[in-house]
Design a protein. Structure first.
Length: 211
């Protein structure tokens, strides 16, 4: 679960996106490799230019845009103010006695559900049947992000048992809120996010083996 969890937030280190032993090719992977090599060689301006080309190219998976912004921030760049808090993804983590449950939704229409048992549903937008649930979660997250600020430290470990964490993935960096499940579920801002995440989870589970 931990290895999978690390891939959800768009903040993997450059050495892991892609990994050195990865065989993936094509865009935007080739550009990420070029940016990594340029940065390692001290060619920071060239690395920035390549990464800006990635964020300016339509059609990539949302996590690629999040990764590109993550690398750009490491190079001292910041998104435009009007775009900085645009929610590109929401990851809701629930700490249970048995382990961790995770629901994730992204602007490209992809979604994930990981059960504490190890079971998972990976939704790569094969159709639009979950668009309403995904959009509802992103919209609920957008309302929350206006009241938060970017986290300036390493992303925390999973939430403690009984807690829920709402992770908002935006170009300016991770924003999140965490608290006891009952408290956040009844919160004016957190409640709609949790309700939307549960609806998406149920939608994903209902489509297992069907799409």
């Amino acid at each position: 679960m931990n290895a999978v969890r690390e891939t959800l937030f768009g903040d993997m280190p450059p050495s892991s996106w892609p990994s050195a032993d990865s065989s993936v090719r094509g865009e935007p992977w080739d550009s990420f490799l070029q940016a990594r090599e340029a940065s390692a060689a001290g060619k920071t301006d060239q690395a920035r230019q390549i990464l800006y080309q990635i964020v300016g190219t339509p059609g990539f998976e949302t996590r690629h845009y999040l990764q590109a912004w993550h690398f750009l921030r490491d190079l001292g760049e910041q998104p435009r103010r009007e775009y900085a808090k645009k929610v590109l993804g929401v990851v809701v983590e629930v700490g249970l006695d048995e382990g961790l449950d995770i629901v994730a939704a992204y602007l490209d229409g992809n979604a994930r559900y990981f059960n504490y048992s190890g079971a998972a549903v990976i939704w790569e937008h094969p159709n639009d049947s979950l668009d309403t649930e995904i959009e509802a979660l992103l919209e609920a997250g957008q309302a929350v992000v206006q009241q938060t600020g970017p986290w300036d430290k390493a992303r925390p470990d999973p939430p403690a048992t009984g807690n829920v964490r709402i992770n908002l993935l935006v170009p300016e960096g991770l924003n999140f809120g965490e608290g006891p499940f009952g408290a956040l579920a009844n919160d004016a801002l957190g409640g709609p996010v949790i309700s939307a995440a549960m609806a998406l989870m149920q939608g994903l589970m209902s489509r297992t083996g069907r799409d």
